[in-house]
Design a binder for this molecule. Sequence first.
Ligand SMILES: Cc1cc2nc3c(=O)[nH]c(=O)nc-3n(C[C@H](O)[C@H](O)[C@H](O)COP(=O)(O)OP(=O)(O)OC[C@H]3O[C@@H](n4cnc5c(N)ncnc54)[C@H](O)[C@@H]3O)c2cc1C
Ligand SMILES: *[C@@H]1O[C@H](CO)[C@@H](O)[C@H](O)[C@H]1NC(C)=O
Ligand SMILES: *[C@@H]1O[C@H](CO)[C@@H](O)[C@H](O)[C@H]1NC(C)=O
Ligand SMILES: *[C@@H]1O[C@H](CO)[C@@H](O)[C@H](O)[C@H]1NC(C)=O
Ligand SMILES: *[C@@H]1O[C@H](CO)[C@@H](O)[C@H](O)[C@H]1NC(C)=O
Length: 540
Amino acid sequence: MRPNLVLGLNAALTTYAAALKLPFNIPFLSNNDQAPLIDISALLPASTPPNRIAIIGAGAGGSSAAFWISKAKERFGLDVDVDVYEKNDYIGGRSTVGYPYNNTEYEPVELGASIFVENNRNMWRATDEFGLERISFGEENNLMGIWDGQEFVLTTGGGSFLGSWMDTFKVIWRYGITAPRRTQALVKSMVTQFLTLYDPTAPRFSNITTLASSLGWTPVIASTAAEYFDTQGIGRLFTRELVDAATRVNYGQDVDALHALEGMCSLAAGNAASVKGGNFQVFERFLVRSNATVHLKTEVTSLIQDAASGAWLVGTSGTTRPRAYRGVILAAPFHSTAIEVSPPTLLEPVPAQPYVHLHVTLLSTTSPTPNSSYFGLGGGSAPTEVLTTHNRVREGLGEEPEFNSMTYHGKIKKADGTPVERDEWVVKIFSKQRVEDAWLENMFGEGNVGWVLRKEWDAYPVLPPTVSFPPIKLAKGLYYVNAFEPFISTMETETIASRNVVDLLLHDEFNAGICPAAAHVDEDAAAQKQNEKFVLGWEC
Ligand SMILES: Cc1cc2nc3c(=O)[nH]c(=O)nc-3n(C[C@H](O)[C@H](O)[C@H](O)COP(=O)(O)OP(=O)(O)OC[C@H]3O[C@@H](n4cnc5c(N)ncnc54)[C@H](O)[C@@H]3O)c2cc1C
Ligand SMILES: *[C@@H]1O[C@H](CO)[C@@H](O)[C@H](O)[C@H]1NC(C)=O
Ligand SMILES: *[C@@H]1O[C@H](CO)[C@@H](O)[C@H](O)[C@H]1NC(C)=O
Ligand SMILES: *[C@@H]1O[C@H](CO)[C@@H](O)[C@H](O)[C@H]1NC(C)=O
Ligand SMILES: *[C@@H]1O[C@H](CO)[C@@H](O)[C@H](O)[C@H]1NC(C)=O
């Protein structure tokens, strides 16, 4: 096998590297492209896998995987070709946009993943490096209300959800001062731990249960957000109304259903932003920068491991001949891919993973607020950011709200800044069921609804408390980015998961990595780098 022949020789190869055309330069040792070269591949058994990596999926996970591989190529002269297969005709996966009236002259609206925060260091860094403009989330100055299906349990004005009004007068009036303060402290310490994943010393991990334990998060993933907040002495009503509103808008799940880590992530909304023109542009840039070959409208249908060479033969729709790869990175939810894996015995089976089926309805309306009578408000004007709580149902006092959230996102704008003909607001509704036209007419007034775009997503994993997670390494040469999703599901965490997977694959199959071996990192320099917003992978 080639790994033994070429890589096992290690340091002794430095001298040969100048004389022989190795399939790649020796990582960390030499970067000598100039020497006269002889093709060593002629000496290798014909059945060795080629120096190629296939990535399945061009969302946050797959596009960033290609980018991380290109970082290793730049740093170590690793010679590897990358093919990205994507069944859609666009890049971005669950990060994509819709245009009001399907007119690309208008500013698009996020149809899937909308926001990331400053502590999402890969996303933040990528927008900086790629010169993409960030728009702050919550500039609309919406009046926010938490609706329980019968009444608003809380309304508060201005600022973005939990960003600025967590400790406003009305919140303290209803829930006291301790609950918001303790919650903020909990979230802050979670974020501090999270940020260690960008440190020079961040571990390469192959088991998420072990990672969770090393971050001190076992109790957090093993209980629901509600249970965990209760044990932390946070008021029950605060958790079951306000935190519930956050988990329902972010993950379509109630605070007493999802695990506390994802619950806290729902609250870590400090300095939230999205990319002007669409978050998907980050993922497009990752792929452009990576030089990977991207095959859109190409669905991977089979993965067959060749017994002799260990190569993975990737079969796609529309082609009869599969292509051979040394490594394959699966960057889509396993069971959604419908890929036939053969031999079917993986090192570890991938457990079934249900996803939350979410209806997203984007629309435009001339009505500056929703129908106040619907909310029983009589003459007053209704909030333009309506979040919801399950608490009335929990208390056995009423019905589930008809939607998860309904938010005004400012007026329709032309992308080039020229004025639009008439004022229309863009509204986004998340719900468990389809929102019918008649319902919209009732909510915004007859004739007041202009454009409507409906999209159904398998949005994020159903996230009950657990301590077991899907395997990351599925077989030799086959790695799974979305194993991370039942732990945390965001654009950012997919870029962290892909960094880890790329590092594992390069380590196992190419004796390389995204960065030099961690043993070389000196702790003082590491501490220094932390202060400078060092981001592992972007820097080493
Ligand atoms: C409505 C909604 C709101 C969200 N809000 C946020 C938010 O505000 N912030 C945030 O960070 N996250 C949010 N998320 C979650 C976020 O979108 C995901 O965590 C993240 O985008 C997942 O990225 P991914 O690359 O792992 O998967 P995906 O984006 O799903 O990409 C997987 C890709 O693989 C492709 N694929 C699947 N099977 C095959 C095959 N057989 N062959 C070839 N290609 C295949 C798919 O077409 C897809 O493009 C939201 C999600 C939704 C749906
Ligand atoms: C991508 O290709 C360009 C042009 O061929 C080259 O200059 C650049 O170094 C390549 N980048 C990577 C990461 O391979
Ligand atoms: C939107 O416009 C594009 C390009 O003109 C077209 O291909 C597509 O079918 C349109 N979609 C809808 C929903 O009308
Ligand atoms: C507003 O909602 C109420 C209650 O659902 C409904 O009776 C009324 O017709 C709606 N108003 C408009 C203008 O549609
Ligand atoms: C991860 O480690 C845990 C605890 O050691 C173990 O029980 C589990 O099977 C491992 N999971 C995978 C996917 O290897």
